[in-house]
Design a protein around this ligand. Structure first.
Ligand code: NI
Length: 228
């Protein structure tokens, strides 16, 4: 499932994030790339252990907390600390690759299975050319370039790339989620059902017997598939 989540950060938060990140010590993205992705990767990223990363991480995680749609779609068991990358000038693209299945957290703080990948756009799309995130999907390649503050969520299993940025600078945050529901197919069914239920609730109210019955079916499916 590929999902666009709008306004994870407010315009004010986006400006503040951009301001902080513009003063940060960016470094070559290849430093942390695996063998295969080092050949594909040509961007810059921010170290995990600097104040700028920590400050904007907090904003991103705070923004996610306000997003019901995000939780319904991702059903997160664990979210990896958000990281930041930058594309522009001669470090401007990331060719086809698949993200590692496991993300090891710093200081032995555990690991996250990358069921779901997320990119949160931080640059105004009018301020740069190129830089689309292209995700290979069963429906064919999907090109994604979102307003600043918006997020795309997609299966960690997808091959994806970032097209060369030919003007301006593209800054984004990216992170992974280990979901309580490992299968993308099951997660999508639950998300659809949750959306339909929300619709039914608004029409018939919380106490309608059909709404109560289907809500229990939703939770029973969740219970059957859940990994907590
Ligand atoms: Ni990637």
């Amino acid at each position: 499932m590929l999902l666009h989540v709008r306004a994870v950060l407010t315009p004010e938060e986006v400006s503040r994030a951009r301001e902080i990140l513009s003063k940060a010590p960016w470094e070559d993205g290849r430093l942390t790339a695996g063998e295969q992705s080092a050949r594909a990767k040509n961007n810059e990223q921010l170290r995990e252990d600097c104040d700028e990363t920590r400050a904007v991480q907090k904003m991103v995680l705070g923004g996610l907390q306000r997003q019901e749609t995000f939780f319904s779609a991702a059903l997160p068991k664990q979210i990896s600390p958000p990281l930041f990358n930058r594309y522009g000038g001669s470090s401007n693209s990331f060719d086809n690759h698949v993200d590692s299945a496991v993300r090891y957290l710093r200081n032995g703080a555990g690991r996250v299975r990358t069921d779901v990948s997320c990119t949160l756009f931080l640059s105004d799309p009018a301020s740069y050319d190129g830089g689309d995130l292209v995700i290979e999907d069963t429906f064919g390649p999907q090109r994604v370039k979102l307003p600043a503050g918006d997020l795309v969520l997609y299966p960690g299993t997808s091959v994806h790339r970032v097209l060369p940025v030919t003007r301006g600078i593209r800054v984004a945050s990216y992170f992974w989620i280990q979901s309580m529901i490992r299968s993308d197919e099951q997660r999508r069914l639950l998300f659809d059902m949750d959306n339909h239920l929300r619709h039914l609730r608004s029409h018939f109210g919380e106490t309608d017997p059909g709404v109560v019955g289907l809500t229990s079916t939703y939770h029973n499916l969740l219970r059957m598939w859940l990994d907590v």
